[in-house]
Structures are given as structure tokens and as C-alpha cells.
Design a protein around this ligand. Sequence first.
Ligand code: MV4
Length: 452
Amino acid sequence: MFRKILIANRGEIALRIIWACKELGIKTVAVHSTADENSLHVRFANEAVCIGPPHNKDSYLSVQSVIAAAEITDADAIHPGYGFLAESAHFAEVCKECGLTFIGPEPAVIRSMGDKAEARRTMDRAGVPTIPGSDGIVPDVEEALKLAGPIGYPVLLKASAGGGGKGMRIVESDDDMERLFTSAANESMNAFGNSELYMEKYILEPRHVEFQILGDTHGNLVHLFERECSIQRRHQKLIEESPSTALDEDLRARMAATAIKAAKAVDYTNAGTVEFLLDARGEFFFIEMNTRIQVEHPVTEMVTGIDLIKEQIRVAAGEPIGFAQDEVRIAAHAIECRVNAEHSETFAPSPGRITTFHPPGGPGIRVDTAAYAEAVIPPYYDSMIAKVISCGNTRGEAILRMRRALESFVIEGIHTNIALQRRILADEDFVRGRLSTAFMERFLGPGKKVSA
Ligand code: MV4
């Protein structure tokens, strides 16, 4: 097992990883920018190294600085968390070259799943259902027009280097193809330095259902069931839950077997997520694979009782997964609400000093956060400041507990989206579990346009 782990992240996930290390008896190294000197991950780690000025590219995204911090503190391994360097195949390679264990999958797997057109091809070859579309990238507008005919409009152009919505365009007819192909390619080039696009049939109002998987280096691969993540705005998830209200036992078993097949196709190790779109007829399709721990992992932890961060560390150290597939059960219902430092109505970011901070607690409530009274939320990073996770024996109980928790979560000094979350938790469609990726657009009403 590792002696010392460097955590290449900040905020709640850095703290979450510190808690796991403490329970495993592993020393921790925090890295931080000058904007994060007073952060809790710095306080609670055994050691801390300042790695640069506030902007991501000068600190948390600097491969050189993070590796140097690991070398001077003599760490054995690096946990990247989510975001930042978590899905950088290059970073994972550099770790390996420097004799540091990257806590995540192999660099080649990160790279191949990061190329979304290649991931789609790989899954198609492996017999995993994909959405009707192009076989790999679409080289130009002419090819796009030729392909769209048999697929049938509307089609969706997606950035191969993307994921999460950037560089996506819905195309309704031949007439719109040239313009939208060009703008998607340009947007992708600007965002990712790569303009390659692929094409899929556009599925109307699907649900986003993802499966948690975990693989070890002994050939064991298990799934930890699903998370429903349909409640999102501009490709930022707002609420996640497990289990999904859309799955019955049969569909759940078929999707789980497909997630395992997808992971086996790339000899997946460590924690990962297989994302599916589920259409109104109950057909499901692979869309992407995320090669990291995700923000919403706590809902899976709450329903299964399995500590995913500890499992990531154990399997990265070469240990076998600590449980068997038939020991994984959905034993509860869990819901996560993301609390962001932003206005509830305008969604404008609201960094600044928190004056009062009183997080909820009590039965069935978990709060993952690095915020505290007098903490300053810097403007440079993600606006998510806390995750409230409720857990109950039924979905109804989890909803009641979440409402109670959000009511008693006091944050003063900055604006948050708690009022918005409370309104969603009171929505009739939400309560009935009638969810789709169109939920927020409908909820916010016309005039508040939500992109593709
Ligand atoms: C789609 C789709 C409909 N049809 N693909 C958006 C982000 C990226 N990860 C995949 N996305 C979508 N892909 C086809 N062929 C609809 C979406 C989509 C979406 C997916 C998951 C969660 C929220 C979403 C919101 C809008 C659109």
C-alpha cells in the first residue's frame, strides 16, 4: 500500500480524498495555488506545497509543478480527483515515467476514451449499442451530407475531443449542414485545439443514465449500478440520484451487463463511468466513458455502502477489489444536490467571503464540502461549493430529507442556488420521477434558452 499520496486537486474532492487516506493510514500532500492558502485541504493534509498563482494553467493544471511537488515530498502516488488533470493521458504518462502511481486507469485507456469518435467505434466493435451515426470522424461537409440521408434528420454533430456538450450542433436539414458543421468545427478547434467531428442521430429528450464501474489489475471488473443525471443545465449537472426511476430489474441488468462489456473491451482498471442515453422507448445507447471518479460518486457510495475513493486507492496499489459483484446491492435511495456559488435566478457566479455557514446534518444527510464561515470563494475555479446528499429507504424518504436539509442549510455572504434546488425538489414531475434531459429547460420556462 502507498505511504504517501499527493492530491492534485482542491475543494471538496481534495478533502474527500484526504478522509479516505486517513482511514487507510496513508499520509497526504496537498497542493494549492496562492488563492487557496487558507483552504481546508491545505489545513487537513499532512503537508502542503504551493504550486503557483491562481489561474488553473499556472497551478492545478501545471504538470511540471504538480510532479515537482510530488518529488520534493517523496509521494508514491497522485490522486487527480475530477477535472484538472484527471483525464489527461499525458499527465498519467508523466507520472509513470517519474515512478509515481497515477490513481486512475492506464494512460492508453484515458487517451482512447478521451477521443469520443474512437470510443464510439471501439464500443460498436465490442457489441455495445451505440446511436446510429458515423463510423468514426466525419471528414467534411460533403461526407456529413451523405451520411445524414440514411441516418435521418435531425442529426447531432459532436466534437471528438469534446464531451459534455461543447462543439455540439443539432442539424435539422441538408440546408443547415454547411453552416452548423463549420461552427461546430470552429468551436471545437477553439476549445480543444482539434476540429474533428462525428455524427449521431439526435435522440429527443433522452435520460442520462450512467453506470459506475470498478476494475482491478487482477482482471476483476464490477459495476455499482446506475446514477440518473438527467437534471442538468448547460451540461452542468444539478441533481443526481440512484437508483434511476426509469429502470426496472430487467433493464437495469441489461444495462449493467453492457457497462461491464464496455469496460472489458478496454481492459479497464480503477473507477470509471459508462454513460448511456436512454430513449422514451426504453432503448439505451453508449455515449461516452469517463475515466475518472465523478462529482456524483457519493450517491453510489450511499446506496451501496462502498467507499469508492478507498477502492480507487486500493486497486491502484495492486490490491484486488474488496468485494464481489453479488455483494453489491442497491440498499437505499440517494439524491445529490449540487450547491453552487451563483444567483438562483440569473446563474451569475457569486464568489466572495462566506460570512455564515451552517451545513445541514441529521439522519440520512451527508454534506461534502470544503466551505466554512469566513472562507473566501475565489473567482478562478468551479462554482460548486458543496454537495448535499440525502439517503433514505425509499425515494420519497430521500426527497423529504433533502427538502429538510436544503431548508436548514444557511449560507450568507454569497449567493447560492439553494433556492433553485428547493424549487426543483417541490416540482411535481421531479417528485413523480418524470425526468429527462429536457427537464430544466421546461422547468425554467421559455425565454431562458438552454443550449443544445
Ligand atoms: C446526445 C443527445 C441526443 N442525441 N446525443 C450532451 C453532452 C454529451 N455528453 C452528450 N449530450 C447529448 N448527446 C444524441 N445522439 C443529447 C445530449 C444532451 C444531454 C445528454 C446528457 C445529459 C444532458 C444533456 C442535455 C442536452 C443534450
